[in-house]
Design a protein around this ligand. Structure first.
Ligand code: PBG
Length: 340
């Protein structure tokens, strides 16, 4: 290209763009940082951890590299780590083997179950970290469903009765937020009522408002010991992957019933749903980066196909850009460390 043609090109581009060159701001690391619209912070993260019976070192979950099942003492250690990293909330999930599972998930109502013991231990040792407990029966049932099976079907109303009692047991153990992840109808209203009737007005509800029947829960089910257990699938209560308008109706109803915060799950395949909910409702809306999303990225990183840290930051930033008030993510300690 001659100098003269080059000057012509420059003139043509300036004429076409009106001199507005988008690359101007991208020239330097400092100017890119200056104009970045979305920033991830440790305060955006909720760290889900798995708790198991017994003592000893954290036990790795094979299908979730970097994720462990902790003893109760280990869970307290994780809470200290969360506090030091500025992670506001820990979500607790129990690993239950065959032994304590039954048809009605009765261990969920035991005030001394694993989750309650871990909650009490954390709240005693590290009270400044919030605790979120999942309200659902799947870690406790012999069939792996979130509710009560009656005459071969997941019985909505019988399930809600038990879920209300589970929420009270968890709140009495000291959990700050209950997270109904069961997708039964009417459960938010009845849980709110049950908490209030017990004098637990301060317990918050983060409802899994739009929870989809997804393939991306598979490694979580390994982690809690539900994989070999689940009979059938969860499509009669979790949402169909094709639906977004229905998510808006689910969310409207949960908010109406008294949810303080709502959630979309999984996250990445449903970011459009998240954005719609954020635009529609003035309420904190969270997203759950599920176990399958996590394991998928970790598997690629382990093979050297992805830069793990870069992928983690890009995806977590995408959640925030889509409008999430915060993200439940197994990357929480790693991301918070990277952000420190
Ligand atoms: C239980 C529950 C599930 C998850 C959170 N709570 C699994 C399921 O519904 O089968 C999944 C979390 C994850 O995959 O990380 N109702």
């Amino acid at each position: 290209m001659t100098g003269r043609e080059h000057r012509d090109t420059t003139r043509a581009i300036d004429a076409a763009t009106g001199g507005r060159r988008m690359r101007r701001l991208r020239q330097n690391e400092w100017s890119r940082r200056l104009v970045r619209e979305t920033r991830l912070a440790p305060a955006d993260l909720i760290w889900p951890i798995f708790v198991r019976d017994g003592d000893g070192a954290p036990e790795p979950v094979a299908s979730m590299p970097g994720v462990h099942r902790h003893s109760v003492a280990g869970a307290v250690e994780a809470a200290r780590q969360a506090r030091d990293l500025g992670i506001p909330v820990l979500a607790l999930f129990p690993f239950n083997e065959g032994g304590c599972r039954d048809e009605n998930g009765s261990e969920a109502l035991n005030p001394d179950n694993l989750v309650c013991r871990a909650t009490r231990a954390i709240k005693t040792a590290v009270p400044e970290v919030g605790i979120l407990c999942d309200v659902a029966l799947d870690p406790y049932t012999s069939h792996g469903h979130d509710g009560i099976v009656h005459n071969g079907r997941i019985d909505n109303d019988r399930s809600v009765e038990v879920l209300c009692r589970q929420a009270i047991v968890q709140a009495e153990a000291g959990c700050d937020i209950v997270g109904p992840s069961d997708m039964m109808d009417g459960r938010v209203a009845l849980i709110r009522q049950a908490l209030d009737d017990t004098g637990l007005q301060d317990t918050m509800i983060m409802s899994y408002a739009a929870k989809y029947a997804s393939v991306f829960y598979s490694t979580f089910r390994d982690a809690v010991g539900s994989s070999g257990v689940l009979k059938g699938d969860k499509r009669t209560y979790q949402m169909d992957m094709g639906n977004c308008a229905e998510a808006l109706r689910e969310a409207a109803q949960d908010i109406d019933e008294g949810a303080d915060m709502i959630m979309v799950k999984p996250g990445l395949p449903y970011l459009d749903v998240l954005t719609r909910l954020v635009q529609e409702f003035n309420i904190p809306c969270f997203a759950y980066q599920t176990s399958g999303e996590y394991s998928m990225m970790m598997a690629a990183a382990e093979r050297g196909w992805l830069d793990g840290d870069a992928a983690m930051m890009e995806v977590l930033t995408a959640y925030k850009r889509a409008g999430a008030a915060g993200i439940l993510t197994y990357f929480a300690p790693r991301a918070a460390t990277a952000l420190a």
